[in-house]
Design a protein around this ligand. Structure first.
Ligand SMILES: NC(=O)c1ccc[n+]([C@@H]2O[C@H](COP(=O)([O-])OP(=O)(O)OC[C@H]3O[C@@H](n4cnc5c(N)ncnc54)[C@H](O)[C@@H]3O)[C@@H](O)[C@H]2O)c1
Length: 353
């Protein structure tokens, strides 16, 4: 019996609704498998916590998380009460950085039973590998003066170590898929960091001669996501470009409520963190209609990372069967609740067991 200790951070808004739903699915998976178990420990770190304590997580929060195998997170943000840069940097980015979760992986696939907003989506199945530790999301910069003379500077940071790490991960992932990596660049407009990005991509590509490559400027690449997403297998992108592309990936699937993500510590020295792409959706929180599939797919990625790919594949099949049966939340044009979608996923898993 393999037992995993999982730290759970539901966070804010719909995070508190979709996380328990996905845990129910993972518990059903463990039950069906028989040799896999989870122990869930929940932490209340969120904007609510910030309003009570003045911090998003306690001082020893990172040390506490180090004691777990993995982290399962919902969504963080209550923009009406806590500024987003405070909630994001005080929890999410802090965890990603301090636990060296240097790669963010976000798949986008047209699942059976989904209707893409694209007129001709084809059968796209792609993964964005986003560099998650530096790039445009850097703490280097500042603001000076006030009023008409006010200025702000933010410095993007690209190191060879982190860039190579993301690219090697992308090539290794592609070697297990359709063997193609696309680089998201902007070396026509950003004249130092992006030519550097291109050089590193070329070096890493030479170490993986079996993988075909292409590169596109991020603006054209975003347009291709809409015009012909079928052309992509694995895409490697900087922190900001990857962030934007993956919301688009969620949108072309039919709803951002489906899109999953994993923040990976590839060295496995600290826990990785699994969280959906979507945020806390304050506009629908508390209504019981949040789509749980993004969080459930995130759970599938955790199963894969823990070495239970067969069970992960079964979860994705259960999601597709649920969508194909028409049990969908309102973001996908259906009438089902979070609980009804979750029940249907679990019922499929039990039927297939
Ligand atoms: N990883 C995270 O924790 C994360 C990610 C993105 C945004 N945020 C935060 O979340 C808050 C709200 O951000 P936002 O409104 O820009 O993005 P959002 O993803 O929360 O919502 C965007 C739109 O998508 C819908 N939506 C999102 N997830 C859904 C789901 N599972 N089911 C059905 N509909 C869903 C929402 O109702 C909303 O209309 C902000 O504070 C933001 O900073 C957090």
């Amino acid at each position: 019996m393999e037992q995993f200790e999982i730290a759970v951070i539901p966070g804010d808004g719909i995070g508190k609704e979709v996380v328990p739903a996905a845990i129910r699915v993972l518990e059903a998976v463990a039950d069906i498998h028989g040799g896999l178990g989870f122990r869930w420990t929940s932490f209340p770190w969120s904007c609510d916590y910030y309003l009570k304590h003045g911090v998003m997580m306690p001082e020893d929060g990172i040390e506490t998380l180090k004691g777990f195998h993995q982290i399962f997170l919902g969504a963080v943000g209550m923009p009406r009460l806590v500024p987003d840069h405070v909630s994001l940097w005080g929890l999410l980015i802090k965890i990603r950085r301090e636990l060296h979760q240097s790669i963010n992986v976000r798949p986008a696939k047209l699942l059976r039973g989904l209707t893409s907003p694209l007129r001709d989506p084809g059968e796209f199945d792609l993964v964005v590998v986003r560099e998650n530790s530096e790039g445009e999301y850097s703490e280097i910069g500042g603001r000076m003066h006030r009023g008409a003379d006010e200025m702000a500077m933010q410095t993007a940071v690209f190191t060879r170590k982190a860039t190579e790490r993301a690219m090697h991960y992308a090539f290794e992932l592609a070697s297990r898929r359709r063997k193609h990596v696309t680089s998201a660049t902007k070396s026509n407009g950003i004249s130092h960091s992006m030519p550097f990005w291109d050089d590193v991509f070329q070096d890493v590509a030479q170490a993986h001669p079996e993988i075909a490559t292409s590169k596109h400027h991020i603006d054209a690449l975003a347009a291709f996501f809409v015009m012909k997403p079928q052309m992509f297998d694995v895409i490697v992108a900087s922190n900001l470009f990857g962030d934007i592309l993956t919301d688009l990936g969620g949108a072309i699937m039919g709803s951002i409520g489906i899109a999953p993500a994993a923040n990976l510590n590839v060295e496995r020295s600290y826990p990785s963190m699994f969280e959906p792409v979507h945020g806390s959706a304050p506009d629908i929180a508390g209504q019981g209609i949040a789509n749980p599939l993004g969080q459930i797919w995130t759970g599938k990625m955790m199963l894969d990372f823990l070495g239970f790919e067969e069970m992960g594949t079964l979860v994705l099949k259960a999601m597709e069967a649920t969508l194909a049966s028409g049990v969908k939340t309102p973001d996908l044009g259906g009438k089902a609740t979070t609980t009804e979608v979750t029940d249907e996923v679990i019922a499929y898993l039990r039927r297939r067991a």
